[in-house]
Design a protein around this ligand. Sequence first.
Ligand SMILES: C[S@@+](CC[C@H](N)C(=O)[O-])C[C@H]1O[C@@H](n2cnc3c(N)ncnc32)[C@H](O)[C@@H]1O
Length: 308
Amino acid sequence: MTIFDRLNGLADPTRSRLLLLLERRELAVSELCAVLQLPQSTVSRHLKLLADDGWVEARSEGTTRQYAMAASLGGAAQKLWQTVRDEVAETGAARHDAERLRGVLAARRQTSQAFFRGAAAQWDGLRAELFGRRAELAALPALLDERWTVGDLGCGTGQLALTLAPFVRRVIAVDGSKAMLAAARRRLKDAGNVELRHGELEALPVERRALDAAVLFLVLHYVAEPAAVIAEAARVLRPGGRLLVVDMAPHERTEYRQQLGHLWQGFGAEQLGSWIESAGLTAFRYLQLGADPEARGPLLFAATARRN
Ligand SMILES: C[S@@+](CC[C@H](N)C(=O)[O-])C[C@H]1O[C@@H](n2cnc3c(N)ncnc32)[C@H](O)[C@@H]1O
């Protein structure tokens, strides 16, 4: 489209006012009518001409058409628009448009607020139906620092490493079981930034201060000496690095010793806190996690601490 094709689009004060509005935000025809105080037939006619000349683009949302200034105008058209805009923006009509636009946008907010007032009771169900029950859990690792190297200590089949990998620079996943590591390797075959290492948690195959964060997820109840494992995790954390321990809160399921090989029936804050302190870690926090209605096992806790 040449610049001559586009000239006609701007050669009208109403169309220039329309463009001024659509430059900043997407608006529906009815909203543009309210702002310009013109009938729909007039606004639609101008919009069609602007669209034909490549100045605006439209998309459908539900039953309405939303208009906005075209994303890529090209250099010459951009310059032409800037000249016209400087003129139009100074007019009283444009200032009134801006004022009325504020009212139109406030009405939009009221519409969405009315929706949420009506839908508050159903929102949880709708959210789960549209996005799943734990959408926030999939998104929250995005809060991690993308420069971090994280240790998944006792990685098992690699579920945690797979969750973390997209959000951090590198995951070093360590486990003492070759069978578990083989399953993890299959699961993580496409994750280029996960390094699987065979080794013991009591003598980690990880250099001193190599990790920004370390996670012991459902591991501690399997080790004979949790204090030694926590001290070893502290060794591989850099100063300021963080440890996360997720495990079972104290429970009565003695059968897990036989059935699942557990050595410990959960951990309380006091016991874990004393091991954390002995390892020289600080800022200890112990948080009981809410029950998942679909889970049959004991309640979990998440405990965090920092290396100074
Ligand atoms: C219950 S699995 C949990 C795996 C994983 N963290 C998860 O949340 O799915 C515990 C893992 O810790 C590993 N493990 C237990 N004690 C260990 C030790 N002393 N040294 C290395 N790995 C150990 C086991 O081989 C197993 O893969």
